[in-house]
Design a protein around this ligand. Structure first.
Ligand SMILES: C[S@@+](CC[C@H](N)C(=O)[O-])C[C@H]1O[C@@H](n2cnc3c(N)ncnc32)[C@H](O)[C@@H]1O
Length: 230
């Protein structure tokens, strides 16, 4: 994964807001998260989901090992007075292996094939996993490399014996840009290796409004909502 940086956080949070990615995720999985139960967004990245959950009334922990994203999230928490949001920096490998939250949600996070048992242990009631679900699992349409997620069949094996729902989820989650120059910088940061940054500019669509350029990206995902046995 390309390490988090100020630019990456800025682009990511802008894309979340522009596409309503946070709302779309909550619409898809909110039914599994009772409002009076605790939630941990494990491997929260910029914390966009934890933040939105706190805004709509959840008591939520944003957990990640990335100091730079959490520093930004703490600032937003203070600005917005999000009292029900707890921001915790650390590695999940250092957590006590017991249920720490009612619900744990992981979006594109974790080595599921290696650490599924740990993630299942950390949730008292439900573990909601959202993975990528398409055969472009290691290279996005824009040529950006992303981590490989377990295939559906492998996930089914990993969750054997568990009680869970699973379904596909497709959300338009592209990247808006202020200018073509900014888009070039984006391609450079992500080290697109298949073509040069310049040639990638033809992937951009023109839009009205604050962000005149948009890199489309249909994100095909799969949700696994695992219920822990009482
Ligand atoms: C691909 S990003 C996904 C971020 C976010 N959930 C999202 O939807 O954008 C994976 C995140 O997991 C975090 N991470 C990886 N290993 C971790 C660990 N051992 N403990 C805590 N966080 C970890 C990374 O820092 C990164 O922010």
């Amino acid at each position: 994964m390309v390490p988090w940086s100020e630019n990456r956080i800025k682009w990511y949070d802008r894309a979340v807001k522009y596409c309503g990615y946070d709302d779309a995720l909550i619409k898809a999985v909110g039914g599994y998260l009772p409002k009076d139960e605790t939630v941990c967004d494990l491997g929260c990245g910029t914390g966009y989901l934890a933040r939105k959950l706190a805004e709509i009334g959840y008591s939520v922990t944003a957990f990640d090992k990335s100091g730079i994203t959490l520093e930004n999230l703490r600032r937003i928490k203070e600005e917005q007075g999000l009292k029900s949001l707890t921001v915790t920096e650390g590695s999940w490998y250092d957590l006590p292996e017991k249920p720490l939250w009612d619900n744990v949600i992981m979006v594109m996070a974790g080595m599921l094939d290696v650490d599924m048992e740990l993630f299942l242990t950390l949730a008292a009631k439900r573990l909601i996993i959202i993975t990528k679900d398409d055969d472009r699992s290691h290279v996005q349409a824009n040529g950006v490399s992303v981590m490989k997620h377990p295939e559906f069949e492998q996930m089914k094996k990993l969750l054997q014996g568990c009680d869970y729902d699973t379904f596909n989820l497709t959300i338009q989650f592209g990247q808006p840009f202020l200018s073509k120059e900014e888009a070039k910088e984006y391609f450079r940061v992500f080290e697109a290796d298949t073509e040069s940054a310049d040639s990638k500019l033809n992937l951009l669509e023109q839009r009205d409004g604050e962000y005149p350029w948009y890199l489309p990206n249909e994100k095909n995902m799969r949700v696994f909502a695992v219920r822990k046995k009482p």
